[in-house]
Design a protein around this ligand. Sequence first.
Ligand code: ITT
Length: 251
Amino acid sequence: MLIHQSYQITLKSVLKGGIILGGNIVAWTMSTVIWFLTGNEGKLAEATQHLGPLGYEVRQLSLPKGTIVEPQLDTLEEVAIAKLEQAKQHLPTGDTHIMVEDAGLFVNPLDGFPGVYSSHAFKTIGNPGLLRLLSHLQSEDPVQAASLRSASFQAVAALWDGSRVILGSGVCPGAIASTVSGEEGFGFDPIFVPLDLDEFGQPLPPGVYGTTSTHGATFGSVPQTTKQIFSHRRRALDALVAELSSQSEHE
Ligand code: ITT
């Protein structure tokens, strides 16, 4: 796919050819294709929305059920690396970049459960089941409730660029709501309320109001573009792209 963008925002990973138009240097660029091995349409949509404007064309790699074995390991990073090793064998001929991403919801009063077991927990107990596990942790005071029910979404993206593995991780701290609300997003979005962010995009403690806020709404109740501002996945992809660009600059 051919795209046209100003020379200043070219990425090293994008194939470049410069021409001069009306005094401005303009680059005709061919975006890098990243195959994303995932069966989760929500994750695919978020990655496409975020990486597209950065000059990457995200394509879903779907493989027959059972082709990739999701290993039961202790950390998201270990799972992502193990999945990437398998995914590499299925990289379409002629392309170089393939990515996987492993994410989960880590609930602090449950010692991080469901964490790496999030996919299984979502399919079995789901959002109502998770709320039941926290039903003893309630408070009339919303700040205290947010502390009692604190949690974070975490993600690790792992990419093979044809010669090496590049990792990016991201965390989105917040709390588990007391009810399920909203139809946006996927998975645990309808029960997760992110912490407010300060002017630098950094999360603030519960009860401290920031310039960016969902005003107590869950990810399931806000537009996808709002979730992206807070998202663990967006942060993981940003870290991955930063690493990818800095490594290409040193080549
Ligand atoms: P893959 O095919 O990419 O492995 P998956 O759905 O199995 O898709 P993960 O193992 O990475 O994905 O995620 C585990 C579960 O955690 C996922 O199924 C969701 O229920 C939940 N989850 C992960 N990221 C989420 C997010 O941004 N919002 C809501 N729930 C999320």
